[in-house]
Write a protein that binds this ligand. Structure first.
Ligand code: ACO
Length: 393
């Protein structure tokens, strides 16, 4: 897996994040449910989380993260081949959040789809992106993890509402052929027998929204925390070891591990099992809580900002979540993309690009309506000719 057969590697060349402004502290929560800052910090390490404002949605937050990642990569939206959005809280069941972001970016030649693998979504999406680049099918891919978990939270359930937060992170993958690097190895796994341990029962085809599902409170997260905790502590170190072995890098030589930011005790258990110091693990869950698919890409951005992820470093990313699913990747971090401070003209040009994307979208919708009015497109209504062709009774 580590060596690409055709010499193509997927390099992370851009990264971006968005978190809502509103901060919800443990003390705020203790005024909403029977909990305390002390309980939450000692059991999870979380001190505060961000909560989406009325204008924030999964698509708007994913879009903001994507714009930042494209900017850093020096890539224009029309150059992107594929957009994958990992999310457990899509804007709608369909259309995909990825398609909404594609439209807002004006990424006119990109395919787009959402991917659902709970909190492991970003690791699965990175794996899919890596494979599409290695196969030669794509050159540039946007991989986004975005979540608005606050909207599926039971704010009366102290066992879940203290854990989660909202936000988005994105990376740009670009094909590179010069040297082995970028995403060296990945793994994705699932054990669906644990599906009931962490789920959102309502709103799907089994329990579509109804008065009954509302009365039974089926549209919020249900979790067996203890079992999920046990599962997470079992697979974190195993998958980190497995992906490092695939890449041919001894785990001791991995400079940084970016784990899914669910619970500090899970991360510390993994550190002990891997016999690595805690400092080797990047942690920002005290500020954001568990942002599910967004947690690893947000952590990547902050690890780079804080100088903890440097060119040449080997970084293991490892996630776990609903499904149950888990996944990991070993990435050799590339040379820093020279951060060119955009001139005023370039900034104006970029803003115009996004305005043009909005205008284009409205224009296409308008044209579609006019076309329908003029009858220029095939209609499901039978025409006279169709009627004439009907067999006579
Ligand atoms: N404040 C105060 N007390 C609480 C709270 C709270 N916020 N939540 C639960 N309790 C109480 C329980 O009611 C229980 O009380 P009881 O003994 O009187 O019945 C007691 O604390 C112990 O409850 P447990 O659930 O056994 O607590 P535990 O030590 O297991 O910690 C926790 C709970 C923090 C949720 C832990 O199980 C955990 O972190 N699990 C993993 C969860 C996780 O990471 N989920 C995300 C997975 S990724 C994804 O895809 C979304």
């Amino acid at each position: 897996m580590a060596e690409s057969k055709n010499g193509r590697y997927a390099h992370i060349v851009g990264w971006g994040k968005y978190v809502p402004n509103k901060v919800l502290t443990n003390d705020d929560l203790s005024r909403m449910v029977d909990t305390s800052d002390e309980w939450i910090v000692t059991r999870t390490g979380i001190r505060e989380r961000r909560v989406a404002g009325p204008k924030d949605t999964t698509a708007s937050m994913g879009l903001a993260a994507a714009k930042e990642a494209l900017e850093r990569a020096g890539v224009r939206p029309h150059e992107v081949d594929l957009i994958i959005v990992a999310t457990a809280t899509p804007e709608h069941v369909f259309p995909s959040t990825a398609s909404l972001i594609q439209d807002a970016l004006g990424a006119v030649k990109a395919g787009a789809f959402d991917l659902s693998a709970g909190c492991t979504g970003f690791m699965y999406a990175l794996t899919m992106g890596n494979q599409a680049i290695r196969s030669g099918a794509s050159e540039i891919i946007l991989v986004i993890g975005a979540e608005t978990l606050s909207r599926i939270m039971d704010w009366k359930d102290r066992a879940t509402c203290v854990l989660f937060g909202d936000g988005a992170g994105a990376v740009v993958l670009r094909a590179g052929t010069l040297a082995a690097g970028g995403v060296l190895a990945t793994l994705c796994r699932s054990d669906g027998s644990g599906g009931d341990l962490l789920m959102l029962p309502g709103g799907g085809s089994k329990f579509p929204a109804s008065h009954q599902t509302l009365d039974q409170n089926l549209h919020t997260i249900k979790m067996n925390g203890r079992e999920v905790f046990r599962f997470a502590t079992r697979i974190m170190d195993k998958s980190a070891r497995e992906v490092a072995a695939q890449a041919g890098i001894p785990i001791e030589n991995v400079e940084l591990i970016i784990p899914h930011q669910a619970n500090l005790r899970i991360i510390q258990a993994a550190a002990r099992a891997l016999k690595l110091p805690d400092e080797r693990f990047f942690v920002n869950l005290h500020r954001y809580g568990n942002t599910s698919s967004a947690s690893i890409p947000i952590a990547i951005c902050e690890a780079v900002e804080q100088g903890k992820l440097k060119p040449g470093d080997h970084c293991v990313m490892v996630g776990f979540g609903a499904g149950l699913t888990w996944g990991a990747a070993l990435v050799k971090w590339g040379e820093p993309v020279p951060l060119h401070e955009p001139t005023r003209l370039e900034r104006v040009y970029k803003r115009l690009l996004y305005i043009a994307a909005g205008v284009r979208s409205r224009l296409v919708r308008g044209l579609r309506r006019i076309e329908t009015l003029l009858g220029g497109t095939p209609s499901p209504k039978p025409t006279r000719i169709d009627k004439d062709k009907q067999p006579k009774k």
